[in-house]
Ligand binder design. Structure first.
Ligand code: NAP
Length: 251
């Protein structure tokens, strides 16, 4: 996609990958609007990036999504890019009786959230000269990390949804992209993750992602995620066992 002159709405821009993308896109000449539940996090990011705007949003709440979409369309009529980035991840122990509130929250945030947010903005996006919907999935969409089964299932579903949306919008001016990050140093699973040497440094991930975003690629992949992307296919069960054995051995 073109990397300047867009009006971009990103869910979850107050921290981690969302913040990194928002700042990189802000620097390269786009009007960026970030969103999330934590007002203080949003305020810190907009204060550090004059001109960037913020909007409170709870992606699990359909009313909040409707209100955000209305406000965006009224205040930023040139809005032409939606980045569905907000997400949550936690171990869910599906080999036992699960915590229903926890797994519901993961599905509502990571899967229904992007579907509802896209629905609320899609007719507006279709009217723009060029537009993009960018879904942030994960390498774990292709090969699951079993200890976070519901999370991985939502990302696999979001990948599938992205394929459908791209097909259905193929004759429109709306492009549908997918960013599938590898393991990246953010606080997605808690503060330790941001220091884990096995994870890709956030700065490197953002740099490489921006480079690939500027090409015609539909799938924005970085080198450390290739083994997971390529692990999908008829032998995915065997690959899943090897991957999970290896990850369990590292803990
Ligand atoms: N880091 C990785 O290793 C990795 C790998 C693959 C994929 N990803 C994906 O990358 C995306 C960003 O994650 P991250 O690593 O940057 O972690 P993060 O720093 O925890 O970012 C997640 C963001 O989502 C927002 N969010 C969560 N629940 C929300 C809700 N109900 N309504 C609105 N916003 C909500 C959070 O903002 P508030 O808390 O303020 O609402 C936060 O800014 C996620 O979709 C994640 O699955 C990350």
């Amino acid at each position: 996609m073109k990397l300047k002159g867009n009006t971009i709405f990103i869910t979850g821009g107050g921290s981690g990958i969302g913040r990194g993308l928002a700042e990189a896109l802000h620097r390269s000449g786009n009007q960026v609007i970030i969103s999330g539940r934590r007002q203080a996090a949003l305020a810190a990011v907009t204060a550090a990036n004059p001109g960037m705007k913020a909007l409170e949003l709870d992606i699990t709440d359909p009313k909040s999504i409707e209100q955000a979409a209305k406000k965006l369309i009224a205040e930023f009529p040139a809005l032409n890019v939606l980045i569905n980035n907000a997400g949550i991840m936690s171990p869910d122990h599906v080999q036992k009786t699960v915590d229903d509130a926890q797994v519901s929250s993961i599905v509502t945030t990571n899967l229904l959230g992007p579907i509802r947010m896209t629905s609320a903005l899609i007719e507006h996006l279709k009217q723009q000269p060029d537009a993009s919907v960018i879904n942030v999935t994960s390498g774990l969409a292709f090969v699951p990390l079993a200890i976070t089964a519901t999370y991985c299932a939502t990302k696999a579903a979001l990948h599938s949804y992205t394929l459908s949306l791209r097909y259905l919008l193929r004759d429109t001016r709306v492009r549908v992209l997918e960013i599938a990050p590898p393991y990246v140093q953010t606080e997605l699973m808690g503060p330790e993750q941001a220091k884990d040497p096995r994870a890709m440094p956030l700065k490197d991930f953002i740099e490489e992602t921006m480079r690939v975003l500027g090409t015609d690629a539909d799938e924005v992949l970085t080198q450390p995620v290739a083994f997971l992307r390529n692990g999908a296919g008829p032998r995915d069960a065997e690959f899943t066992a090897q991957f999970n054995d290896r990850m369990a051995g590292e803990h």
